[in-house]
Design a protein around this ligand. Structure first.
Ligand code: FEO
Length: 398
């Protein structure tokens, strides 16, 4: 689809970003549905471009802005976040609109200067809460540190009650639609959940702080930097963000495993069966070789308890389980309980290594690791089922 189109959010406020239909990787996050880099042109007596797009798509952005801006001129370029998916086109934008001043906070300017040659740019550094009048329209800048980087900021268009929220509330969705009420809600919420789990989750406390700050604004539209804007379901997504930021758990148990010859798989299945037998608990059994870590971490985000197991390979856990746990650990799951398990032949190494990794993650283990030398016997499978039941009890209390 041609990206050379614009979409109004309000009279004089237009989406001018880029839909990336084919991107499938975002530093390890599998973006199965593509994404968009959202930029917005706000026209008062003066004109501001809020955010920009990835470097390869700068030409399209510049063309759209030049066509829409009165006289082909803009006065301000607001940069809410220095990560290159939003700043990569700034060198081209600042060159195309030399009269425009880049507006950002001090930390953002420092980060930009470490990415690009900013020496020829006109800049205006703004502080938390500062406003900028466009004449008839007012932008208010609000620091939202760690959502998603330390320099991140949101911009609120006061008169139109539009919050340009940067990464927060985003979803990796490529679509011709630009609003939440133009797509099935479950698709947008699923994408927002996956986005939160893979991008925002490590920063739950800063997110809660940002929600408190942004909540007082009473935005009617939340326009993030990726995916569609929220206007039909603002209350729902803010409520979900509150739950996610608080690491609120659902009645859910996840069992992760990597097997070699079926022994660890049998243990995993018994744990999952034991959890399911408790009733009232959602149980997910995930073979980490068959599930992308993007989806695994999303499943883990709202679970109350989980188990992770691996066969022992070369005196350690399997590389696949190590990779998954490395990814999970980086996203800093909070408030989880769990257990390690696994099979071995001559030396038990995998389950104990997983147990140590869970401890490093801050996961409260509900029992010592469950291990099996080669194929699990009936007694070991019984232990696994009991452990599943224990995980389910925890989830039922969540
Ligand atoms: Fe979409 Fe943190 O960048």
């Amino acid at each position: 689809m041609d990206n050379a189109y614009v979409v109004p959010l309000a009279d004089g406020v237009d989406w001018v970003g880029h839909v990336d239909w084919t991107v499938r990787d975002f530093h390890g996050y599998r973006t199965a549905r593509g994404s968009s880099y959202n930029a917005y042109l706000v026209r008062g007596e003066k004109t501001a471009l809020v955010d920009s797009v990835r470097a390869p798509y700068a030409g399209g952005l510049v063309g759209r802005v030049a066509a829409l801006a009165p006289g082909g001129v803009i006065d301000y370029v607001v940069c809410n976040h220095a990560e290159p998916d939003h700043s990569g086109s700034l060198p081209a934008v600042m060159a195309a609109f030399p009269g425009a001043a880049l507006v950002c906070n001090a930390r953002c300017l420092e980060a930009l200067s470490l990415h690009y040659d900013v020496s020829g740019w006109r800049t205006r550094v703004v502080s938390d809460g500062e406003t900028l009048s466009l004449g008839g329209r007012t932008l208010r800048f609000l620091d939202t540190p760690m959502v998603h980087w330390p320099e991140s900021m949101a911009t609120y268009l006061q008169e139109d009650r539009i919050l340009f929220s940067m990464d927060a509330f985003g979803q990796h969705i490529a679509s011709s639609e630009r609003f939440d009420d133009q797509l099935p809600l479950h698709e947008v919420v699923d994408a927002a959940r996956t986005y939160y789990a893979n991008i925002v989750a490590p920063h739950g406390r800063p997110v809660a702080a940002a929600l408190g700050k942004l909540g007082v604004l009473g935005a009617a539209t939340i326009a993030p930097a990726h995916g569609v804007a929220w206007r039909g379901h603002v209350g729902e997504i803010v409520g979900l963000y509150r739950d996610w930021a608080a690491a609120k758990a659902r009645r859910k148990v996840v069992v992760l495993f990597r097997s070699m010859w079926g022994s660890t798989r049998a243990m995993a299945t018994a744990i999952a069966e034991g959890a399911a037998a408790a009733g009232g608990v959602s149980v997910k059994l995930i073979d980490v070789t068959a599930t992308h870590d993007t989806d695994t971490v999303t499943e883990l985000m709202e679970c109350a308890a989980f188990a992770a197991g691996s066969a022992t390979l070369n005196q350690g856990m399997t590389p696949e389980m190590a990779r998954t746990l490395c990814y999970v650990r980086g996203l800093k799951p909070r408030g989880k309980k769990g257990l390690a398990f696994g099979s071995y032949g001559w030396a038990e190494k995998a389950a104990s290594a997983i147990d140590a990794t869970l401890a490093e993650m801050g996961v409260e283990r509900v029992s010592p690791p469950i291990t099996s030398r080669f194929a699990p016997d009936a007694a070991t499978l019984g232990k696994c089922r009991d452990a599943g039941g224990k995980l389910a009890e925890i989830a039922l209390g969540a």
